[in-house]
Design a protein around this ligand. Sequence first.
Ligand code: C2E
Ligand code: CA
Ligand code: CA
Length: 678
Amino acid sequence: MFVAAVIACGVAVAALAWFASPGSILGERPATFGIFALLLFIGELRPVRWLRRREGGAFTASWTFACSLLLIAPPAGAILATALASFLADAINRRPVTKAAFNAGNLAISLGVGALVLSFAGNATLIASSTSLTRYVPVAVLALMALFVVNGALTSVVIALAQEIPVGPVVRHGVTLNISTDGMLLALSPIFVVVSERSLLLIPLLLLTAWAVYRSAELALERQHAALHDSLTDLPNRGAFNDHLEQALAEARRRGHRLAVVMLDLDGFKEVNDRLGHHVGDLVLREVAIRLNENLRATDIAGRLGGDEFAFMLSHADEEIGSEVVNRFREALTQPLMIENFPVRVDGSFGIALFPQHGDDVETLMSNADLAMYTAKQGHLGLQVYAPGRNVRSRGRLSLLGEIRNALEENHFELYYQPKVALRTGAIVGVEALVRWHHPVAGMIPPDEFMPLAEHTELMSPFTEYVLRAALFQCARWRDQGLIVPVAINGSARNLHDVRFPAAVRTALEESGVDGRLLELEITENTVMADPDRSAAVLHQLKELGLSVSIDDFGTGFSSLANLRDLPADRIKIDRSFVSGLGSSPGDARLVRSIIQLAGNLGLETVAEGVEDAETVAALIEMGNDVAQGYHLCRPLPAEKLETVLRAGHINVLPRPDAAEVLAAATANGALLAEVLG
Ligand code: C2E
Ligand code: CA
Ligand code: CA
């Protein structure tokens, strides 16, 4: 209805002007009229774009000439020429007819308003010798401004209506934004008129000058744009996004509006990058940015914070609207991206924080949205709205990292130990150190809640060294009590890629006096396979210190057993997701069986993780797997509690173990170790 009204009004204005004009609609200077009309048409045809995408109506250089026409000819001439040029150019550029008609109608109305204001200068024109410029110029300036504002306003209204968002802010935004750039183009129009009055031959010279001015303004804008935008996706960068958010918050505070901040982190992007190359990764990011923009409204703003992290701000959005927009976007995101004719699929984890409930400044909102996103990612939830006080992490990932640092200094971490058991005999062949965090306020925090955080930070090295030292210290204590138990610690990607890590291990071994052969490093399959060459280098140095190496969580990654052949590994730990399904899932059983066989052929031992019942034990024994770990055998225990178990020497695995066999095995085990260690 609004579009139809604008078109109808435009026609009415044009007709009115036509009937009101006394003589020729071309005015006193038909040749000048013709030239301006031509330039106007060219300008419409090739709008020279300011670097602006979603920020409202596109003003073009043609405005200069439309206004020049208004200053030399009757309104009818200016209006008809401009509307016609715009309509034709739109048709040539294949815009939809309604859009072209709306643009033409909009121009007719705004030029009509300009002409109306101009009429307060009497019947004067800029070129009539009798005109008093002291009176004419202020009126002309007002006329151009009125025309400009009306045009911007009508364009903004149609955008706001189409996107069902409040009209006021969009209009204000659209108009003020254009005044500093496109408004300047209007100031040139009287100059063109005056110069053309002296001689039309001067017009090309003026065009050159105007072009130079225009270009330098454009360059300045480009540079400004580059400083504020990410060059890959052309979205605002982190700094610019924060500025936008700051402004929007100020506005929302003043007017009591709501606002949602959404954080997005792509899932599976790293794999795309690693497997298909950075080139494809870049294309994916670009495509994501495009889809993001397509699903946002004019007053919403998206930014790229870095890497595969994006943020967007939804004005006037509560939880419901925010979730709706996010779900729409998620749907668009998960459609396969065609990258060079190849379908690539990514998903994302989204976190939402709302103003004013979840914070009223940029920093708080951003960190709460980040936190919600992190929760979504951890739980594979897709989308999570921030919920205050859910747990310790509600203070933010950053503060949690700070607390890890503190906890290291203040010894709030404790190691629990879980035995690895030889199934046939029940002998304990080693223990795995598993960290526990006794948080002074939040209580016990399981490693799954903070390890993934720490893994991406510089904290990982001091953390692993802490665990390393504590585990070796414990190992030495046990040894002094006559309990010789190999200990395993868990390493992370950072350790494997840290060339100083082997030296740190050597020092820790020397300080504790523990033989390197009693230490084992568990590294997850994905960590090793991310960069097998670099990992192998560090692993080889560790092996020289006597360490043994386990590939942890085996089966969850994408590597083939063939990859393992080239790694200096001693054993693999079959992930508990397969082991726990042994009894119920024939697929899992087949998988475990073949892992055991192939590993055996490659000279690798296997350890089954997550053994939770006796049936699994029986199945594993039948498959030829000897060593296992799991709640059924023994839970992870604090060192003192485990001591009792260690002293017993073995664990009752099956209801009635063969006592003689157990004793023999336990003795053999201890004897072997004692012999190895001299
Ligand atoms: P992981 O290396 O796979 O450790 C085994 C996890 O499985 C432990 O969880 C253990 O308590 C649990 N578990 C053992 N038996 C069973 C069972 O029968 N059923 C089930 N459902 N679970 C069982 P936890 O202690 O929560 O550790 C989780 C993960 O955190 C570990 O997985 C490891 O990746 C990481 N982690 C723990 N401590 C450290 C550490 O000191 N350094 C590093 N880098 N990572 C650690
Ligand atoms: Ca482990
Ligand atoms: Ca594991």
